[in-house]
Design a protein around this ligand. Structure first.
Ligand code: MG
Length: 419
């Protein structure tokens, strides 16, 4: 399947006072019409042709429907010019591009009447798809004049086919095989007469947004003289069949532009159908996967690092301390924090020979909740001090202070306690 995105620009130029060109852009149908005829005729003819094409959108998904739309435009313009003297003799060129076929097997078809042009930009090359229906172009094709002579031929503006001319309209059709990142340029002769191929290639290679590229081409045509109305439609192939040759950098840049996705279902039915270019494939074409991968890996490592650091800190905090508490009638020492920390419960490391009856009653509430010590030896020392404190209070009941109470223990008056 193919997904397209179009952009356009149209300008009156620097010489004409009225813009008789009309353009049309949708998700699957694109067109440029260059009107001609005195008074309001030209602009009416081009607008009518575009309007009929737009109304025919439902049927231009086939080549027959596309041709029929141009035949209808021819008849309607002819009818309008016949019934209104002020529009007599009006006509218009038309170059239209329509996505034709099924989603699984579609192709961009260019339909052309007149000297507006369709170009295919692929791999840095710009190929004119349409053939000009002009006197000079026909003389060139016959070999009667050279390309240089055709470019300056006095009758180069005389066209040999148009919509609005009596008789059967003869529509040229061209299939354009699009690759991912290709561009198609539709334009009126106001561009092709003013801007050469090299300059067009430079613009198509460097300006990725189709609307901005179209505006830049119009600006260049005006800078080069702007002798005629200038209209440009640029169509980008955002999704298309892949070919073996790699897209140019410009193509890749084109794909990188965000775009409103046309409402085409990207699901192929089976593997027999043309290869679908999915999101990852398009990102790969853009060179994004490497960047994306590094970012994802970097983010993943950061998350892992934060989790590991958090885990290490919790473990360190939960196990780096000891506390003394009572268990039944016995004084015990645990490694850890009273009550535990998260998933880490305190671990019993020693049941001391000191019982709860061998310490002062005032020490027992603190022991029940647990007394923290920075190390196992400090915890043992604390228990030992408790026992000494108790034995001293028993053997020297008149002692007013205890010199064996460590600094970490709250100092209390033994004399007061045992009196
Ligand atoms: Mg023109």
């Amino acid at each position: 399947m193919t997904v397209l995105r179009g952009g356009s620009a149209s300008d009156v130029g620097r010489v004409r006072t009225v813009n008789q060109d009309s353009v049309f852009v949708s998700a699957t149908l694109f067109a440029v019409a260059d009107g001609m005829g005195g008074h309001a005729g030209g602009e009416v003819a081009s607008a009518a042709a575009i309007s009929i094409l737009e109304r025919s959108q439902g049927s231009v998904g086939t080549k027959e429907g596309l041709v029929e739309a141009l035949v209808m435009a021819n008849e309607e313009i002819l009818e309008m010019s016949s019934s209104d003297a002020s529009l007599a003799g009006m006509g218009t060129t038309m170059v239209a591009a329509s996505l034709v076929g099924t989603e699984e097997n579609d192709v961009l078809v260019l339909a052309n009447v007149g000297d507006s042009r369709g170009y295919h930009f692929h791999g840095g090359r710009l190929d004119q798809i349409t053939k000009d229906h002009s006197l000079a172009a026909e003389l060139l094709r016959e070999g009667s004049i050279t390309e240089a002579e055709a470019a300056h031929h006095p009758q180069r503006h005389v066209i040999t086919r148009a919509l609005g001319i009596p008789g059967e309209v003869n529509v040229d059709l061209f299939d354009v095989e699009l690759s991912l990142g290709d561009r198609v340029l539709l334009c009126s002769d106001g561009l092709s007469n003013e801007v050469d191929s090299e300059e067009i290639i430079r613009v198509l290679s460097t300006i990725t947004d189709p609307h901005e590229a179209a505006e830049d081409l119009v600006r260049r045509a005006n800078a080069n003289g702007g002798a005629d109305n200038i209209s440009v439609v640029i169509i980008d192939a955002l999704v298309a069949r892949e070919r073996d040759d790699e897209p140019t950098r410009a193509h890749v840049a084109v794909i990188a532009e965000p775009a409103a996705k046309p409402s085409l279902d990207p699901e192929p039915a089976d593997s027999e159908k043309p290869e679908k270019v999915g999101w990852f494939a398009r990102r790969k074409k853009m060179g994004v996967p490497r960047l994306l991968t590094f970012r994802v890996i970097g983010f993943f490592l950061l998350v892992v690092g934060v989790i590991a650091a958090g885990w290490y800190f919790v473990n360190w905090y939960a196990t780096s301390s000891y506390y003394v508490t009572s268990s039944g009638t016995q004084i015990v020492i645990y490694q850890g924090r009273p009550g535990g920390v998260l998933w880490i419960q305190p671990k019993l490391v020693e049941v001391t020979p000191t019982s709860t009856t061998q310490i002062l009653p005032i020490r027992q509430p603190a022991l029940k909740t647990g007394v923290n010590e920075p190390s196992l030896s400090a915890a043992k020392n604390y228990v030992s001090n408790l026992a000494n404190e108790y034995s001293q209070s028993v053997t020297t009941p008149n002692a007013s202070t205890s010199t064996t109470i460590p600094s970490s223990m709250p100092r209390i008056s033994i004399h007061h306690l045992v009196s």
